[in-house]
Design a protein around this ligand. Structure first.
Ligand code: ADP
Ligand code: MG
Length: 748
């Protein structure tokens, strides 16, 4: 660093312990005494000796120079507790303060950093009551700029003081032209220029950090600088040297210095690449080990299936010819379950691609090998539908199917469980509660989890199903972007069904404003008159289930009495009793109802081929994946199908979602767009999704590095699954400290 800090004196001394690179909070300090340790005679300063003995990346920040308990509390809000956490606090961007833009040269729309002297500051009232703009005039000699801040009237005093002292500030923001006046910069980020020309904040590429209340950029820069001065000796190379060489990576000290205080833009890029690589590499080694462990310890039952007999029986059971993609998936499953290793497979396919049949084929494999199978769905409605289909297809060939769901009460439920435990029933269909309730099987060989949104958790739980270790087949509700599959499910094998059954007419999607809703309902009436059926999805009410039910009920009444008085209208929502739901679904399926007004309970899996129109009210309130799922309720038969989105979106994001829906039917593309719009964290909704928390890498932006690390990591684990060779020791330690899972036993 350019700046000598108070700790400069310690620079050339060796710290005593070097146990961790970016160590996590709970890693133990390494007690090994250091032979290089200077004796008290050579170091007179007592505090100095103390620091040298204690220095680790796991040191708590409050003992750092310039921090103390107060600042430590503020840092804790940013999840920074240790020196390692600090180093992992990556700038959200950098600003080039070696070369500022001239205000006179700013073009409208340009994002730029300028420097100038504060000339004046005014609070300006607006037409909205109690709403002030603060306008600040700034001059850099070339021209004036006007900064505009919203509803922060206290800023005026601050800027006035700066103007009186003729002080300069550095400003970052987007330039805007308004009329003939000076160029405007709204909601600028700004910082006083240091009178003493603080070298961390001027004349260089400067880091801009995520902050929290009570902590300024400058203080954080000073703290980081001091850590970078005094802790770099604790930073170890965790990556094997062969990997570093082959992938042309910078060393970790270079990377940390330059990610915070880059010497150049190039250095920053190299630093970032190194850190992202390291992070992804650890993640992938974790996944590779998990996969290796599953493969090794997973002595699954080896089903005995003759491929020709299987294909013959499938033809007999299934009323149509499988698509090529379905055939491929079935064959991949067959190879898994006959291999002697436990299957752990993810079947990905767009809505309506025909995943159920693939599951059915797997069930046949289990049953014909003398095992039982469990099929689990996310909702009772879907479980009921599955049970219906399975019974219809399997009972004629002598396979008995039980529906085991929560609403089975009393005696009936006991009977069902007994038949499963006794082995009289070969197939149990239920909700995910089948796992939680620990239903006993006589000889469970296969667990299928259908329409799963969030696997991480469940899929692994499934492995603990009672009975022998079953093969596991997970079927997705929505295609997952490849970028995520690699990170989340890198330990699963994947089959992709990328072909729709023949004869499908693509669903036409239209986006209409609320104003034309009447016309839309009128048009749909023509299709009803033609004998088709219609779904109406009511607006999403997120506040409460009660309000949601009320909204659905009201809409259903309106549809039944005002809009379609001549047609039979049913209602389906989440608060209905299971047998009520069942009854409504059955009647809709049997075409005893023409219109089904529903909440998102129909989102997943429901299959009524004669229903060819779905009308979604206030569609912009739904997420993309959800909309695509809802749309997937139609287009399941031979009729031309329509999805009508009624929406007047108020946000850019909402418009973007409607646009994507209109543009494409391709679930994989929608998944990618969804991921882009929402970001990986939001994509699956919850923290439980199993998305690893990354501190520097970005799954989307850095997917090329993810690919690179994946190959390197899987190759390494294949050669040294337990990371026991000397050049993998640091890697192993780093993995143990990381959150990427080293939770599996030794791979033997
Ligand atoms: P999803 O992948 O969404 O679970 P389903 O398994 O529910 O899809 O299948 C959707 C519809 O397509 C069902 O009505 C099913 O019977 C039908 N189907 C599935 N595979 C084929 C096929 N190969 N040929 C014709 N129809 C098929
Ligand atoms: Mg399905």
């Amino acid at each position: 660093m350019d700046e000598p800090s108070g700790q400069r004196t310690t620079d050339d001394r060796r710290p005593t312990t070097r146990n961790s690179e970016l160590g996590t909070r709970n890693s133990e300090p390494n007690p090994t005494p250091d032979t290089q340790h200077p004796t008290p005679e050579t170091v007179a300063d007592h505090r100095f000796t103390y620091r040298m003995e204690a220095r680790h990346l796991t040191d708590e920040v409050q003992y750092l120079k310039g921090v103390g308990p107060g600042v430590a509390q503020i840092l804790a809000k940013l999840n920074i507790f240790t020196v390692g956490d600090l180093l992992r606090h990556i700038p959200r961007r950098h600003e080039d303060r070696t070369a500022f833009r001239r205000i006179a040269d700013l073009r409208p729309g340009e994002l730029a950093t300028v420097r100038g002297q504060v000339m004046d500051a005014q609070n300006v009232p607006t037409s909205r009551k109690n709403f002030f703009l603060t306008k600040v005039l700034l001059s850099d000699g070339s021209a004036m700029a006007q900064l505009v801040f919203f509803q922060q009237p206290y800023l005026q005093k601050q800027f006035k003081a700066l103007a009186n002292e003729k002080r300069s500030i550095v400003v970052y923001g987007q330039a805007k032209r308004s009329g003939y006046g000076p160029v405007e910069i709204e909601r600028a980020e700004w910082e006083e220029e240091d009178p003493d020309a603080d070298p961390l904040s001027t004349n260089r590429i400067v880091p801009i950090y995520p902050l929290t209340e009570g902590l300024g950029q400058k203080r954080l820069r000073r703290i980081l600088d001091s850590v970078l001065q005094s802790y770099m000796d604790c930073v170890d190379e965790t990556l094997p040297s062969a990997v570093v060489r082959e992938h042309k990576l910078k060393n970790p000290v270079f990377a940390l210095r330059n990610i915070h205080f880059p010497n150049s833009w190039d250095a920053l890029e190299l630093a970032r690449r190194r850190l992202v690589f390291e992070e992804f590499f650890l993640l992938q080694v974790g996944l590779a080990r998990r996969r290796a462990a599953v493969a090794h310890e997973g002595r699954g039952q080896a089903f005995s299936i003759e491929p020709r007999a299987l294909s013959h029986e499938l033809q007999q059971v299934v009323p149509f010819k499988l698509t090529g993609a379905q055939e491929r998936a079935v064959e991949e499953i067959r190879r898994d379950v006959t291999s002697g290793r436990a299957m752990n497979r993810l079947v990905q396919g767009d809505v309506g691609s025909g995943k159920t049949v693939v599951g059915l084929a797997a069930i046949l494999m289990a049953v014909r090998s003398g095992y039982q199978a469990a099929l689990m769905a996310p909702t009772e409605i879907l479980a009921q539908q599955h049970a219906l289909v399975m019974r219809r297809l399997l009972e004629p060939v002598g396979i008995s199917v039980e529906l085991a769901i929560g609403s089975n009460t009393g005696r009936n439920r006991r009977d069902v469980y007994e038949r499963i435990a006794g082995g009289q029933s070969q197939v149990a269909v239920g909700t995910h509660a089948l796992i939680q309730e620990g239903v006993e099987f006589r000889r469970l060989g296969l667990a299928i989890i259908d329409e799963q949104h969030r696997f991480g958790v469940l899929q692994r739980q499934a492995l603990h199903l009672k009975g022998e270790r079953p093969h596991v087949l997970v079927m997705t509700a929505t295609p997952i972007p490849r970028t995520l599959t690699m990170t989340l499910y890198g330990d699963l094998d994947t089959s992709i069904i990328d072909e729709l059954p023949p004869g499908r007419k693509p669903i036409k999607t239209h986006w209409k404003s609320r104003g034309s809703a009447d016309a839309v309902y009128a048009k749909a009436a023509a299709l009803l008159a033609d004998g088709r059926q219609l779904y109406v999805v009511c607006p999403l009410v997120e506040e409460s289930e009660k309000l949601q039910v009320r909204a659905a009920t009201q809409l259903a009444e309106q549809v039944a009495t005002e809009i379609y008085p001549d047609y039979r209208v049913g209602l389906l929502h989440g608060q209905m009793k299971p047998d009520e739901k069942d009854d409504v679904m059955r009647r809709f399926k049997a075409h005893e109802l023409d219109v089904l007004v529903a909440t998102t309970v129909i989102e997943v899996g429901i299959d009524v081929p004669n229903a060819s129109v779905i009308l979604i009210e206030d569609a912009d309130r739904f997420g993309l994946a959800q909309l695509h799922q809802l749309r997937g309720r139609v287009g399941r038969g031979e009729h031309a199908s329509f999805c009508i989105l009624i929406a007047d979106p108020k946000t850019e994001d909402g418009r973007a979602r409607m646009q994507v829906m209109v543009e494409t039917n391709d679930g994989f593309r929608i998944a990618e767009e969804d991921l882009k719009l929402r970001g990986p964290g939001e994509f699956f909704g919850t923290k439980q999704s199993g998305i690893p928390e990354l501190y520097v890498g970005d799954i989307l932006r850095d997917h090329a590095i993810m690919e690179e690390t994946r190959q390197a990591a899987f190759a390494l684990v294949e050669k040294d699954p337990n990371l026991v060779s000397p050049e993998h020791v640091e890697l192993r330690k780093a993995l143990e400290r990381s959150t990427f899972g080293f939770d599996l036993v030794h791979v033997s």
